[in-house]
Design a protein around this ligand. Structure first.
Ligand SMILES: Cc1cc2nc3c(=O)[nH]c(=O)nc-3n(C[C@H](O)[C@H](O)[C@H](O)COP(=O)(O)O)c2cc1C
Length: 219
């Protein structure tokens, strides 16, 4: 399967970041591993840090002149520069981190709205037995609301504090394969969406949807 997506002209570009701000983060470790899997399979990983996208609390009073905090500008720019994105997020109290939702809210104010129609894979890591999976369900809500095509299969690394080898790979062979297979499946879909946009157009026509600025969900 190696190099499956290698297109020297236009490799699939994927923004990937861990939504943890912590040094020594388990989610950052998993994000780095995912970036290696992307590159191994011929994609181009744009590995970012949550610190680059962090923003002050959202306040509509701060945006009357159209200026955005630097973290928002950077997040928007990196989404637009890539074909798809991956978020590897901690779970705090059964939910995504508040600062991640805050950054998503800020970026949702750009037009065109950059989450719309982008493909995303979401993953998590936690010392708990559920691997932070509940947080991913909460992350789905704003992303799907904004029109992101969130990949159905998520990946949550349970007991993450014990799950890595000293080299940073996943020590359990079955889990390591599932992790890689899921990323490859996501890349296949994102690649198809990038190169065959006619499929998406046909789907919209079939539903008979007509763009309407008043009711358009994401725009
Ligand atoms: C405020 C707070 C709330 C947390 N809530 C949860 C939780 O609901 N579920 C869970 O699995 N872990 C929870 N944890 C533990 C985190 O999963 C753990 O600290 C993890 O290592 C954070 O991710 P990181 O290593 O990438 O920074 C919580 C941690 C903190 C600080």
């Amino acid at each position: 399967m190696d190099k499956k997506f290698l297109d020297k002209e236009q490799p699939l570009r994927i923004l990937i970041f861990s939504a943890s701000l912590r040094i020594g983060s388990l989610n950052t470790q998993l994000a780095k591993l995912a970036a290696m899997v992307i590159e191994k399979n011929g994609g181009k990983a744009d590995l970012a840090s949550m610190k680059e996208f962090d923003c002050p609390s959202f306040n509509q009073d701060l945006e009357p002149d159209g200026t955005h905090p630097p973290g928002t500008e950077e997040f928007n720019k990196r989404l637009l520069a890539n074909d798809a994105f991956m978020i590897v997020s901690p779970e705090y109290n059964g939910c995504m981190p508040g600062y991640l939702k805050n950054s998503i809210d800020w970026v949702s104010r750009f037009r065109p709205q950059p989450f719309n129609e982008r493909h995303a894979l979401i993953m998590s890591a936690s010392p708990s037995m559920a691997g932070g999976n509940r947080g991913l369900w909460s992350l789905r809500i704003p992303l799907e609301h904004l029109g992101t095509r969130v990949f159905p299969n998520m990946f949550s690394l349970a007991s993450a504090h014990q799950a890595f080898t000293p080299e940073g790979t996943i020590s359990n062979a079955t889990l390591a394969k599932r992790f890689e297979d899921n990323i490859i499946a996501f890349m296949s879909l994102a690649e198809a969406a990038k190169n065959y946009p006619c499929i998406k157009k046909a789907w919209v026509e079939f539903l008979g949807e007509k763009p309407d600025p008043v009711t358009e969900r994401a725009e």
